[in-house]
Design a protein around this ligand. Structure first.
Ligand SMILES: Cc1cc2nc3c(=O)[nH]c(=O)nc-3n(C[C@H](O)[C@H](O)[C@H](O)COP(=O)(O)O)c2cc1C
Length: 335
């Protein structure tokens, strides 16, 4: 199957299919400690956040998703306009398709056209790195004037994909080379199975500045691939480290200077705030965004965001906290 058709399948399954983990993201183990005396006005609350030295209006990264097929132009256009308007960072989907088919570049370049000042990250799979030249990487970065390069690690997805990669050697070395040679920072993410403390330490040692956990609890890429497969293998549908658990494991030995994005099953502003209390610098979401875009278009995405943003402010108010830098574990209790 071509990359274009695969991507189309992925998007439609993530919107209409039953592709979520049975296990949860792990944030349900915690409850907030309610503050009956916030001594704050709602309009004093500041929800801005920083990542890689840049300031954003809200601590939510729109995760890498689309590009590389004709329908992706309008999806990336909507996401880009939205991120430009709300000062949110976002990533385009894997750019492998545009390296193989130059006519697919438009579905990526639209992102920069519609978001001239937003933070936009390029995206490629770790498995592809050993085969790519520096010219390929530069092309991916140039087409969107990228602010960062995201490399996704997805061994579970590859193994479940009948046509997927089977060789995971040489990825860490390639990441290290890119970190040493690129002028933009390198972010490494999973795609839903999570990143352990051991892997995080290796990535940081290789020069990675930001790790996006992309843990279990949201989209299960084993389920997505099984839904496309003629010979499904559901044994691994629930494989992965829940986002909250991965976050705590990494946080316990987090090296100085490493920034953490918590994602994977972040489904509302309560999950976002819990992740930041547990040490995340930023959060990210994919499936809720693509659902809003495909099901309800521009207006749906705006509505979805307005509600999340409003509820996030409510959480801070109910904790008696004025900004996200004040959020910490002291505002949570284990149930
Ligand atoms: C439709 C769709 C397409 C995706 N494509 C990519 C991709 O091209 N590159 C990537 O790094 N991650 C990709 N992902 C994974 C997400 O970025 C994210 O890490 C994962 O879905 C977990 O987040 P969620 O639980 O909020 O969906 C995709 C996710 C979705 C829903």
């Amino acid at each position: 199957m071509s990359i274009q058709n695969r991507k189309k399948d992925h998007v439609s399954l993530c919107v209409t299919g039953d592709v979520n983990y049975a296990k949860t993201n792990g944030f349900g183990q915690y409850d907030f400690i309610h503050n009956a005396l916030p001594e704050l006005a709602l309009n004093q609350i500041d929800v801005s956040a920083e990542l890689l030295g840049r300031s954003f209006a809200f601590p939510l990264f729109i995760s890498s998703m689309t590009g590389g097929y004709s329908g992706a132009v309008s999806v990336n256009e909507i996401i880009a306009e939205f991120c430009e308007a709300h000062q949110l960072p976002f990533g385009v989907g894997s750019q492998r398709a545009m390296l193989e088919r130059p006519d697919e570049r438009a579905s990526f370049s639209i992102a920069r056209k519609k978001a001239p000042t937003a933070f936009i990250a390029a995206n490629i799979g770790g498995c592809q790195l050993p085969q790519l030249s520096r010219t390929d990487i530069d092309l991916m970065l140039d087409v969107i004037e990228a602010d960062a390069l995201i490399i996704h690690l997805n061994p579970l997805q590859e193994l479940m994909q009948p046509e997927g990669d089977r060789d995971f050697r040489g990825i860490l070395g390639s990441i290290g080379e890119l970190c040493a040679n690129l002028t933009v920072p390198v972010i490494v993410k999973e795609t839903g199975a999570g990143i352990s403390a051991t892997v995080a330490a290796k990535l940081h040692q290789a020069g990675v500045r930001v790790i996006d956990i992309a843990g279990a609890g949201g989209t299960s890429w084993s389920k997505v691939e099984n839904a496309r497969s003629e010979k499904p293998n559901s044994l691994f549908d629930d494989w992965g480290i829940p986002t909250a658990d991965a976050l705590q494991m990494i946080q316990a030995s987090k090296p100085e200077g490493l920034e953490l994005i918590a994602s994977g099953g972040i489904k509302n502003s309560l999950d976002m705030a819990k992740a930041i209390c547990l040490g995340a610098d930023f959060t990210a979401a994919a499936q809720p965004v693509i659902r809003a875009v495909i099901e309800e278009g521009r207006d749906g995405l705006q509505r979805w965001f307005r509600e999340w943003e409003r509820d996030f402010r409510f959480v801070l108010c109910l904790l008696g906290v004025q900004n996200i830098r004040q959020l910490s574990q002291q505002y949570l209790r284990k149930k």
